[in-house]
Ligand binder design. Sequence first.
Ligand SMILES: Cc1ncc(COP(=O)(O)OP(=O)(O)O)c(N)n1
Ligand SMILES: Cc1nc(C(=O)O)sc1CCOP(=O)(O)O
Ligand SMILES: [Mg+2]
Length: 365
Amino acid sequence: MGDLNHKTKLGQPALYRILDANLDRAREGIRTIEEWFRFGLDNSEMAAECKNLRQQLAQWHSNELRMSRDTTTDVGTQLSHPSEENRESLEQVIQVNFCRVEEALRVLEEYGKVYHPNMGAAVKQMRYRVYTLESNLLAYGRHQKLQRANLYLVTSPSERLMSVVEAALQGGLKVVQYRDKDTDDHQRWKNARQLCQLCHRYNALFLVNDRVDIAIAVNADGVHLGQQDLPIAVAKQLLGPQKIVGKSTTNPEEMKLAIAEGADYIGVGPVYATPTKPDKQAAGLEYVRHATRHASVPWFAIGGINMNNFDDVLMAGATRVAVVRSLMQAEQPTLVTQYFLSQFTRVQTLRDRQIVPENTPADFS
Ligand SMILES: Cc1ncc(COP(=O)(O)OP(=O)(O)O)c(N)n1
Ligand SMILES: Cc1nc(C(=O)O)sc1CCOP(=O)(O)O
Ligand SMILES: [Mg+2]
């Protein structure tokens, strides 16, 4: 292995050069991530955590380490992979930089143990803080997407499953739930995995109906639970806190309980009687109006909603809607998606112009 105090050409121990290079690498990576939190997400809390991490790293970056730097003799400066030259998206920039920081911190943790008795433990703490930051960012991103989503597709078994979902995604759909009560688990897992990849390619959320195990197996963004399914707390414990858990509600009491239980969003319905859920009685537009006034988490009106009655649901105050048949049975799911989305925009514009508060049912007739 060689002498740990092996001197480089400049007479500095190799250890110093390793620490110097990785302190720089970690700080640069954190700075890149910090800029996104600050200017991309306007999230001062996460930006402050990055700044604090950089400052802690700076305290380890002593002059003796800095003095060991000699980029002219560093054989690593010539080594570059073509993938380092290209970044496909901002998300990739952030992801790559998290990897870079985590790698650099791991190197600092290991070599730091030789340099100073406290360095290994101090860097280990920082490495865990970076993992937490990354996980919080993922959760934040998911919740942002949920907040922005107006239209939610709940799937039904279909030979055209993938093509319908993809067509809707092409129309701008941003949330999909895989719902399949009849298929065997192996096929369910295969469908869920394929749908999850498809949704993520379109930057859309993917959730699984009822089945926390399948959601975990395919790394879905979350699950949708009904009144007879697992409690939300149990699902969150299994999925981790960064995933989304939605819950169905049919009346004001269920709504209150679901929100108190920690639902990230709720289903509000059935607005109209529907053959997709034949055993549930319609809760009606009255329940939509109740949600408009009282729901404190994102909520999706669901049940029997189609292009003909959609406007009534919007006028009752809904700003988010979930559908099964309207998209799964559509001949042109892209166009239907675009129609629904355009109506949300139209109504939002009317609300903005007439300065009608968000949580008041409207009458624009
Ligand atoms: C968005 C959304 N809302 C409600 C439901 C219905 O869930 P649940 O009551 O558990 O009934 P099943 O869908 O499991 O038959 C939903 N799936 N999605
Ligand atoms: C799956 C589901 N849940 C409902 C609820 O009210 O909880 S209504 C529903 C089915 C909605 O199907 P369609 O859009 O085809 O009417
Ligand atoms: Mg269910």
